[in-house]
Design a protein around this ligand. Structure first.
Ligand code: CA
Length: 233
């Protein structure tokens, strides 16, 4: 075990899920701290300053969203929450409280590792100088300096709002962004309840960038929660 391996704090009361995550994460180059409730999780987070926290929302002693609020009082460490399939509201509350992403149970190894990598990478980027000036994914290429969008080499004209929506999603590439976060970032603080703006512009953007707008490759819907710009790996 090397001190260079990133430390992950797992806060989960289900012993089976803890064992599965322990095996998966230690086999993939992470060290692991385990807590079985919120109080122990908060104590270990403060004591050992992990690179990332995996947090179950349904804990025996306290609400997972409350744990996120307490962590965010002093730390920007990435937090990925675990939630059940029918808990869209809880996912949104967790993201709005400052969680970085979520996984819906049951989830597979590949999805788990991809979410963890994106969250850790994003946390490192937001501390350093700005990210890659050119975003590339599949046929899509966005030059953020020149504000030029290309699809398979051909320039695509976007309206200013469409471009702002795309550039905002690129800023969170690979991570979920909630409806209210997108509305605030693209339209401003007074637009948070205007979900139809977002649907209209997302549809326009998909018609311009997706070969099959109903089955998007890049601009993914997270049902009941928001959108995610897909990235590989
Ligand atoms: Ca639980």
């Amino acid at each position: 075990m090397s001190a260079l391996q990133p430390l992950i704090l797992l806060v989960e009361d289900d012993p089976k899920l803890r064992r599965f995550l322990n095996i998966t994460l230690t086999q993939n180059g992470f060290r692991l701290d385990e807590a079985v409730n919120g109080a122990e999780g908060l104590r270990l987070a403060a004591a050992n300053n992990p690179a990332l926290v995996i947090l179950d929302l349904g804990l025996p002693d306290t609400d997972g969203v409350e744990v996120i609020r307490r962590l965010r009082e002093w730390s920007a460490m990435p937090i990925v929450v675990l939630s059940a399939r029918d808990q869209e509201k809880d996912k949104v509350s967790a993201l709005d409280a400052g969680a970085d992403d979520y996984l819906t149970k049951p989830f597979g190894n590949a999805e788990l590792l991809a979410r963890i990598r994106v969250a850790i990478r994003h946390a490192q980027h937001s501390q350093g100088p700005d990210a890659e000036p050119v975003f590339r994914q599949g046929d899509l290429e966005v030059d953020l300096g020149a504000r030029i969008v290309k699809l398979a080499g051909a320039e695509i004209h976007l309206t200013p709002i469409e471009y702002k929506l795309l550039a905002t999603l690129i800023g969170y590439a690979g991570k979920v962004v909630t409806h209210s976060q997108l509305l605030r970032l693209v339209w401003g603080p007074n637009a948070e309840l205007e979900n139809q703006y977002l649907r209209v512009y997302m549809n326009q953007l998909r018609r311009k960038l997706e070969s099959e707008p109903a089955k998007p490759k890049y601009l993914l819907t997270e049902p009941g929660v928001g959108y995610r710009l897909k990235v590989e790996g």
